[in-house]
Design a protein around this ligand. Sequence first.
Ligand SMILES: *Cc1c(COP(=O)(O)O)cnc(C)c1O
Length: 365
Amino acid sequence: MIDNFKKLVRPNIQKLQPYESARRIGGQHGDVLLNANESPIFTPFELKKKIFNRYPECQPSDLISSYSEYAGVLPEQILATRGADEGIELLIKAFCDPGKDSIIYCPPTYDMYKINAKIAGITIKEVPSIKNTWQLDLFNIQLNLKNVKLLYICHPNNPTGNIISKGDLISLLEMTENRALIILDEAYIEFIPEKSMIFYLKKYSNLVILRTLSKAFALAGIRCGFILAHKEIIHILNKVISPYPISIPVSNIAIQSLSQRFIQIMKNRVSELNDNRIWLINELKQLSCVKKIFNSHTNYILVRFFMFEEIFNTFWKKGIILRKQNSKMNLEQCLRITIGTRAECFRVIQELKTFSAAFSKRGLA
Ligand SMILES: *Cc1c(COP(=O)(O)O)cnc(C)c1O
């Protein structure tokens, strides 16, 4: 019986390798969770609404006006979504025809661009970013633009941590004007806000920006993100979004998080995490098990280790959960470490020292 159902599954879904989310891989294992780029520092919220018998507004107007004020773009240029992940999917739904259209993205990068395209049956064109600087290969992007409707660019890039050169982003916007949309995923932009391309929404109608409350705002648990774009694009995306994507509890908490007071708290948290990152990098530089540390402007760092596998497993057993990146293009031997509290960063360094000491002893024996 089950086998008969299996035959009904679309071939692309049969073959699909689903997203390995941190919670799917690690479950609730571990007490130092440095694998999902969540914020280790949080502020408790209180649900202000208590009655839920009515459907919410499709696009809660208070939420949209709060984000509009925070981001400095007009309300009609904003769509609230169930996390930035839903934004990635909605754009494909609205713009790409299966079997006809393609998307471009630049590995190593966030996996959900690829996974959403595969689910939708959209052709994927991978244009690897330039090794080690992780900047765009504009020449090869231009060569591959045929049938491409969407280009997903992660800025700063996950998992490498770098920002994309502004000059390159502008060249890309001009290169694709009137033929494709540039989807700039700014999930981590609060860690380096001066590099946001948000001011270019006015100039380039093919620019679409993705944002989220999951990272710097420390609200991964509520699932809330935003698409910022020209109002015509928002109008189109409103056609394909589900009727009530943002539940009342979600918008209630999201609105609070966008108040002056909580924005200040978010900024303080960002500067604390940025300091922790600098501390962690300095400490890592002194360890012999570290092969290379990539420069980061985010709440995570990518590190190439000698014996990355043993380090990952040793840490796992001790309840410190890191994220393997070695199967991604050009990231052999790499682990991604989310920046934790100072105590958690300290723990990482202590454990790496213990690991190195144990290994050099074994090496001598
Ligand atoms: C975490 C992350 C997202 C998803 O954010 P949600 O709002 O939690 O769905 C999107 N893009 C990148 C690059 C991310 O790292």
